[in-house]
Design a protein around this ligand. Structure first.
Ligand code: GLN
Length: 188
């Protein structure tokens, strides 16, 4: 099992450590040449979506990744990664991959709740810890999108086909079940 992790900016290392501990091999995607390797799943980590989006274009890896997502590679997108997948964002005119039919809101929790931790129910898993850092939430989702979790009444985890979009950071908690679920999807 080989997982490609977008590694141009943000919290990619934490995903790598977790996936490797679960027995997966990881390849960090930093330049176009890295896309020549075959991989069974893709991680889009948290960080700064505007910076990541810009680097994806500058490093000429945007089209190659988008093509794989459209062809159906399993994707685990967290926080900024969710923004990269979203079809629209209410407070940012940029659209990146646009392969996930949801509208997100960036930095959606305001100053008071810039970062917080909670434990909520996630469909198919049970209660999971959720760490939010200047996180987005999903404001609107197409009926074809499965809602997996809510926090503070807002949608914070979705699945659309093989794309998983999470507003929080499962790579920062000790719980492994979300990464295990993702690897299971990659094995299918
Ligand atoms: N605030 C960031 C953005 O809008 C996302 C934060 C994160 O990934 N932790 O891109």
């Amino acid at each position: 099992m080989k997982i490609g992790i977008l590694a141009v900016q943000g919290a990619f290392l934490e995903h790598r450590k977790k996936l490797e501990a679960l027995g997966a091999q990881c390849v960090e995607i930093r330049q176009k040449g890295d896309l020549q390797e075959a991989f069974d799943g893709l991680v889009l980590p948290g960080g700064e979506s505007t910076v990541q989006g810009k680097l994806l274009r500058e490093l000429d890896i945007f089209e190659g990744l988008k093509e794989r997502i459209i062809r159906g590679i399993p994707v685990l997108a967290t926080c900024a990664g969710l923004i990269l997948l979203a079809e629209a964002c209410v407070n940012d005119p940029h659209v990146y991959f646009g392969t996930l039919p949801v509208t997100v809101k960036r930095n959606a929790y305001g100053r008071q709740l810039g970062s917080f931790h909670t434990i909520q129910e996630m469909k198919g898993i049970g209660t999971v810890p959720m760490t939010f850092i200047r996180a987005p939430y999903v404001e609107k989702a197409d009926p074809a999108v499965e809602i997996l979790a809510r926090a503070e009444g807002k949608i914070v985890a979705v699945r659309y086909g093989r794309q998983y979009g999470l507003a929080f950071h499962p790579e920062l908690d000790t719980d492994n079940r979300i990464h295990e679920l993702f690897l299971k999807e990659c094995r299918k």
